[in-house]
Write a protein that binds this ligand. Structure first.
Ligand code: DQA
Length: 152
């Protein structure tokens, strides 16, 4: 029998550990701990196994993505969204479906944020919905993992 695919990895990129203190007018007052605890509750309800990582380091994020011990990736690459060929290549290299999440709407901010190096290698993007975006990404992951395997 085929092994059930239910392992979701959530990666929070640089400076997201500052949520709750950081630019509240943009990112709101939710702390990362609160987002993570909501994610854990949701994952348990959906029967998903969840690992959550926050890193400020591009290399660490590449290392974690390419360890491939998961079936679905939800990633907020934060500032690396706009600069990191390495994270983009890592996502392409593992061939595991990924959703890109942003708390703020990157299209409503400075122009440099409107360019993502990740979006076209993700199966989808959720931007501007605050912490709800992560929950929606988890719901999408659950639905997509139920389908016979296909990257997109
Ligand atoms: C962000 C948007 C990025 O432009 C920014 O560098 C972040 C957070 C977001 O979640 O809205 O750090 O990814």
């Amino acid at each position: 029998m085929k092994k059930k695919k239910n392992r979701v990895l959530v990666i929070h990129g640089p400076n997201l550990h500052l949520l709750g203190k950081r630019e509240k007018h943009i990112y709101g007052t939710f702390t990362l701990e609160r987002i993570n605890s909501e994610l854990k509750e949701k994952a348990a309800n959906l029967g998903l196994s969840l690992e959550i990582v926050q890193s400020n380091s591009e290399g660490d994020i590449v290392d974690r993505i390419t360890r491939s011990t998961y079936d679905f990736l939800i990633i907020n690459p934060a500032a690396y969204t706009h600069t990191s060929v390495a994270i983009r290549d890592a996502i392409c290299g593992v061939n595991i479906p990924a959703i890109e999440v942003h708390l703020s709407n990157i299209y409503k901010r400075e122009q440099f944020r409107a360019k993502s190096l990740i979006s076209d290698v993700a199966i989808g993007v959720i931007t501007g919905l605050g912490s709800v975006g992560y929950i929606l990404a988890l719901e999408a992951a659950s639905e997509i993992l139920k389908k016979p395997s296909k990257k997109t």
